[in-house]
Design a protein around this ligand. Sequence first.
Ligand code: SF4
Length: 186
Amino acid sequence: MALTAWQVHATLSRSAANGPGTRFVVWTQGCSLGCEGCFNPETHAPGGTPRSPADVAAEALAEPGVEGVTISGGEPLEQPEPLREFCALIRPSGLGIIVLSGFSRAEIEANPRRLAAVQDVDMVVAGRYNPRLYLGAGLRGSSNKEYWAITPRYREEDLAAVPEGEVVISADGTVTVTGMHAWGGR
Ligand code: SF4
C-alpha cells in the first residue's frame, strides 16, 4: 500500500466525547467549508504535521481498551486518500470507525475519492454545522447533520448519548477540550 502524507492537526489517545466508549481521535488539518460558528477554526488553514497513515494507525492500535477511532477535523474528506489508507489499516483490528465530516452524504456519494475513503467506515456524521440548530449532546453538533450508518455497528441512540464535551489533562499538563460542546460561547 502506498504511503500518503496525512496532514494531521492532533491526536488524542483516549476520549469519551467523540463517540461511544473510549476512542482514539485524529483531527486532520485543513478545511475549506467555512461553517459559521465552527468549533475548530484552528484546524482550517493548511499545514499541520505530515504523518503517514500507517504511523497514526500504529499509534491507535497500540492503545489498550479503546472501542474505536474517530476522525474529525478540519475536514477529513478533503484528504481522502490518507483517510482511506488509515481506515483500511484499522478495519482488520475490529475497532469501530466514525468519521465526522462537513460534507453531506450526497456530496460524499457523488465524489468517487470521498466515497472510496469511507468504504471501511462504520458511521459518517455528515453535513455542514449550523449554529442556529445547535444540539447540546450527541455527535451531530447541529440537528441538520445526518447520521449515515454504513454498517450496523452504531445506532443513532448510541451516538446521541455521547457526552457534550470533556476536558483531558495529559501527563505533561497539556489541556485538551473536546467534543460537541459550546463552552467557547458559540
Ligand atoms: S466542516 Fe467542520 S471543520 Fe470545517 S468549517 Fe464546518 S464545522 Fe468547521
